[in-house]
Write a protein that binds this ligand. Structure first.
Ligand SMILES: [Zn+2]
Ligand SMILES: [Zn+2]
Length: 357
């Protein structure tokens, strides 16, 4: 469903507050909209917590990718946790009051990829907050098919981060890290959490390179054995020195930065694997001769396997301090403060509370 009424009308009762992109330009605004109604197979979720992700920042900044993909008006956000308020017709497995979060990749269930265990890259994929109205709102409609029941003991500010945590889990599981040397490029939340997952999964050694000392400290607290501030030291040199000049068995590229992507190709050992997760904001060139001569596998990874990654994430949760990446929490009214802190990289993970703190 789409945003119906972008601006609050005086006297209209029972409107829903939401953060939406209403114009094709940088920024977003707090608006009041008609409450969404769940259709067949859908539920209405009262959002308890929603978190800001890189995708939201791309949309907020209105970069090249956002301009090509987003149609306004559109409510932002995909990560969230909340309580089912109402179920639509033909909902069979969930009930009002259930504490849920959602897989944000809404799949068709009928295409070749859905039929063969790859629903997260469904041919008819719709992403919450990208292709349909998102989670930075008091209420949200989502299909039952993507819901995940949370452990009631999990606070909403952690439950909302299960989606990006699932990204980190998916990346690490595809990388096959036990007893391997692992280099991670990128100090965003998914990179930091990947360090924790790789440690829990039995990586032999983990380096994480980034640009902010506070985040590098966080990476070590989460499980990285060593960190590299790429503003001062060359991550390629450090990783090579630590591996007898060989290079890392596995590199997890979690930043999307062109410089880091080049470094990933230099720091991976011959015959090693690069898992590419970070999304560059524009197309870039890659030295394919290096890929060939080093026999490097470059594996793109997106989203989470539905729902096997969610089960893995639930099992990793006791072993990774996910709450540590949540540095900022705000009521929905103060969303812009949180967004600006995220844009300036002062906050790691920002959680918004649409129902108040
Ligand atoms: Zn996300
Ligand atoms: Zn499909």
């Amino acid at each position: 469903m789409r945003l119906q009424v972008p601006i609050a009308k005086e006297g209209v009762e029972a409107t829903v507050r939401a953060v939406a992109k209403t114009k094709e330009e940088p920024g977003a605004e707090l608006v009041e909209v008609d409450p969404p109604t769940p259709g067949p197979g859908e539920v209405l979720v009262r959002v308890a917590a929603a978190s800001i992700c890189g995708t939201d920042i791309h949309i907020y900044n209105w970069d090249e990718w956002a301009r090509s993909r987003i149609r306004v008006p559109q409510i932002l956000g995909h990560e969230h946790a909340g309580y089912i308020e109402e179920v639509g017709p033909e909902v069979h497995h969930f009930h009002p009051g259930d504490y849920v979060t959602a897989e944000t990749h809404i799949y068709c269930g009928q295409c070749y990829l859905c039929h063969t265990g790859a629903a997260h890259i469904c041919r008819n994929l719709e992403i919450l907050g990208v292709d349909r109205d998102g989670t930075f709102a008091e209420y949200l409609v989502v299909p039952e098919s993507v819901l995940w029941k949370n452990d009631p003991a999990l606070p909403p500010k952690v439950a909302t981060v299960m989606e990006p945590f699932g990204n980190s889990v998916h990346v690490v599981m595809r990388a096959d890290v036990p007893a391997k040397t692992v280099a991670i490029t990128g100090d965003g939340p998914t990179g930091l959490l990947a360090a924790g997952v790789a440690r829990a999964a039995g990586a032999a050694s983990i380096w994480l390179s980034g640009l902010l000392d506070a985040r590098l400290e966080m990476a070590e607290a989460l499980g990285a054995h060593a960190t590299i501030n790429a503003a001062h030291d060359d991550p390629v040199e450090v990783v090579r020195r630590g591996t007898d000049g060989l290079g890392a068995d596995v590199v997890l590229e979690m930043s999307g930065s062109p410089v880091a992507i080049e470094q990933a190709l230099e720091m991976v050992r011959p015959g090693g694997r690069i898992v590419a997760f970070g999304i560059p904001s524009r197309p870039l060139t890659l030295n394919m001769a290096d890929v060939v001569f080093k026999e490097v596998q470059v594996l793109g990874v997106v989203g989470r396997r539905i729902f096997s990654t969610w089960h893995e994430a639930a099992r990793f949760l006791p072993h990774v301090d996910v709450a540590r990446v949540v540095t900022d929490t705000y009521p929905l009214d103060e969303w812009q403060l949180g967004m600006e802190r995220a844009v300036r990289r002062e906050a790691v993970k920002v959680v918004l509370y649409p129902g108040g703190q």
